[in-house]
Design a protein around this ligand. Sequence first.
Ligand SMILES: [Zn+2]
Length: 286
Amino acid sequence: MGRIGIIGGSGLYEIEGIKNVKKVSVTTPFGKPSGKFVLGMLEGKEVVFVPRHDVGHRITPSHINYRANIFGMKKLGVERIISVTACGSLKDEFKPLDFLAIDQFVDRTNYARDMSFFSEGIVAHIEFSHPVCEELRSLLYNAGKSLNLSIHNGGTYINMEGPAFSTLAESNLYRSWGMDVIGMTNFAEAKLAREAEICYATLAAVTDYDCWHPQHESVTIDMIIQNLNKNVKNAKRILCAVIKNLKPERNCNCKDTLKYAIITDRKVIPAKVKKDLEIIIGKYIE
Ligand SMILES: [Zn+2]
């Protein structure tokens, strides 16, 4: 069975209960990952954990090396990634402490070119209409339900640039677009994971309502941190429940994403690109 990757967001910098822990540094053609990867056993399965902001929360959303993080996961044999992420709610029905098993993303960042492994000498257009692995996503949702947590089945995550939060006009604009929650990190990971043929699903935990909400003025940073900690505790319960029941075989299309996506004539792909991307494109390039 391929390893299971876990990417931790705000508040999730370590996972207790991982056994036989080994910390490894991974080099990638795209530079340094957020930190060392934590390898070990959780619920009897091999997992790889990395906190995207690093331990101590020192990397801003705009400066996370998403390519290196996902490439590192691929290099370590990860086939599925579960992302745990804090988010703001853009709708009344998504209350603080609720979870969403996200199924769609909208990108509002400025870094599109750093969100692909195919940026030089090779062109690949992946199919991305459904950016989340449905198989993994439904496992997240069902695990949350089985634990009696308030979890919503689907939702659209708008990925803003940050690090400042939205203006009121922006928040209202996103609401008028029908967006459900807002965050700063998951879109790039979803895209890169798909390019690397890794299943990816986001468990989004609501910490607060974004600034559009009448309650927003009375929200203190203390309340947000309290919510963050409660969310992390429950997110870990969901993670363990999913991992425990995960079957080795993948019955989704994620594993064959690149089959018809690489458009470049194999003869003109530079040798360095072939070598750098070997673990991702090797099986399609002779
Ligand atoms: Zn999948």
